[in-house]
Design a protein around this ligand. Structure first.
Ligand SMILES: [Mg+2]
Ligand SMILES: [Zn+2]
Length: 227
C-alpha cells in the first residue's frame, strides 16, 4: 500500500518568518504556545484559511508581555487537515501571516519567532504530533541552539529525531529553567511535560489571556500534570 503524503518519515513544517532578535539568544527562555484555543479561536473542522483566523482577546497583549520579558515565542501546532489532504502545506503561509498580522495590529511587540506544525494524523504514527515533545526540542535547536533556519514565511519540511520519552518516569528537566508551554488540551500538556517545560493550561474559550500570572515568576514551576 502506498502511504499518503506527508509520510511519517517527514517531520513538521517550520516557518521562521523574521530574523531572530539580535540578543544573547542562547540564554533566552522559550514560550511554546499551542495555536488554536490559545492564540486564536479554535473551530470544529480546523482553521482552513486566513479568513477563519480570529484572535482571542488579550492574546496579543500576552505575547507582547512574553517578548518584553525576554522570551522567544514558538508556536507548536497539530494540523492534521494537511495529512487528510483537505489543503496543502503551502496554506500555512497565508494562515500564519494573517495570525501575525492581527497580532502586530493589536500590539506591535506581539512577535512569534517560529511556527512549527505537525501535519500528520494520529494513525500516521509520526514522531512530531503532540503529545510527542519533538517539536519543542526542534524549536530549541532552531531558535536557541544555533541550528539555524532559512527566514521567511514559506513552510519548510524538517525531519526530526524520535524523542526518548519515559511516560512513567519523573518529569524531565527543561533545557532552560524558564521554558514554558501553554495549551488547551492534554496533548499540549503531555508534550510540555515530556520536554520538561513549566506547564500552563488555559480554557479554549479564553485562551492565552487566562494564563495564570505564575509564568512571570522565575520560581514558578507551573501546573501539576500527570501524563
Ligand atoms: Mg488547541
Ligand atoms: Zn507529525
Amino acid at each position: 500500500m502506498v502511504p499518503l503524503k506527508p509520510t511519517f518519515m517527514e517531520g513538521p513544517y517550520v516557518q521562521v518568518p523574521f530574523p531572530l532578535p539580535d540578543r544573547r539568544i542562547s540564554d533566552m527562555p522559550i514560550a511554546f504556545l499551542d495555536r488554536d484555543g490559545v492564540i486564536n479561536r479554535g473551530k470544529p473542522g480546523y482553521i482552513n484559511g486566513p479568513e477563519e483566523v480570529i484572535l482571542l482577546p488579550g492574546s496579543a497583549e500576552t505575547i507582547a508581555a512574553l517578548n518584553q520579558r525576554g522570551y522567544l515565542v514558538c508556536v507548536v501546532t497539530n494540523q492534521s487537515p494537511i495529512a487528510r489532504r483537505l489543503w496543502p502545506p503551502e496554506r500555512l503561509e497565508p494562515i500564519h501571516k494573517e495570525l501575525q498580522r492581527q497580532l502586530t495590529e493589536t500590539h506591535p511587540e506581539a512577535n512569534i519567532h517560529a511556527f512549527l506544525t505537525c501535519p500528520h494524523r494520529l494513525e500516521d504514527s509520526c514522531m512530531c504530533r503532540k503529545p510527542s515533545p519533538a517539536m519543542l526540542f526542534l524549536g530549541h535547536k532552531i531558535l536557541r541552539d544555533g541550528m539555524g533556519h532559512s527566514t521567511g514565511w514559506q513552510p519548510v519540511n524538517h525531519p526530526v529525531i524520535e524523542p526518548q520519552v519515559n511516560w512513567w518516569g519523573p518529569k524531565p528537566t527543561a533545557l532552560h529553567p524558564k521554558d514554558l508551554m501553554v495549551g488547551d488540551r492534554g496533548s499540549d500538556m503531555g508534550a510540555g511535560w515530556a520536554y520538561g517545560a513549566r506547564l500552563y493550561r488555559v480554557p479554549a474559550a479564553l485562551g492565552l489571556i487566562s494564563i495564570n500570572d505564575g509564568w512571570m515568576n522565575d520560581d514558578d514551576s507551573g501546573e501539576m500534570f500527570q501524563p
